[in-house]
Design a protein around this ligand. Structure first.
Ligand code: AMP
Ligand code: ZN
Length: 119
């Protein structure tokens, strides 16, 4: 989709600060970070929401989640043998939930205490 920001990033038309990549998944730093680690993990193929992706290609959704876990490990957010830092995976669906880019993305957030419930 030529009018999709994240498809254009996959195509290399818009720069991305890539931290992890496979043949089907891309992970890059959010341009407006909300935590010390704030990475977006996307399928390279366009799907609008996590639910749509799950219906269309559940194995690709699994690869995106593995990508999020890989990023969390790279960023030191997974159990380091003592303290367990932790991280949060968020995916907004629809405008009222705050989805502004309609290409499914997992936010991987960590590096600070995260409050619950979210706003
Ligand atoms: P959401 O609001 O859940 O759809 O998330 C979209 C995210 O994309 C926001 O956190 C934005 O800061 C982020 N974003 C928008 N443009 C870019 C960009 N060019 N590079 C990296 N992240 C971006
Ligand atoms: Zn797209």
């Amino acid at each position: 989709m030529t009018d999709c920001l994240f498809c254009r990033m996959v195509a290399g038309e818009i720069p991305a600060d890539v931290v992890h990549e496979t043949d089907r998944v891309l992970a890059f730093r959010d341009i407006n970070p909300q935590a010390p680690t704030h990475v977006l993990v996307i399928p390279k193929q366009h799907h609008p929401t996590v639910g749509a992706l799950a219906l269309a290609d559940p194995s690709l959704l699994g690869e995106v989640v593995v990508g999020a876990q890989t990023v969390a490990e790279q960023e030191g957010l997974v159990d380091d043998g003592g303290a367990e830092p932790g991280f949060r995976i968020v995916t907004n669906t629809g405008r009222q939930a705050g989805q502004t880019v309609h290409h499914v993305h997992l936010h991987v957030l960590g590096g600070r205490g995260l409050t619950w419930p979210p706003g």
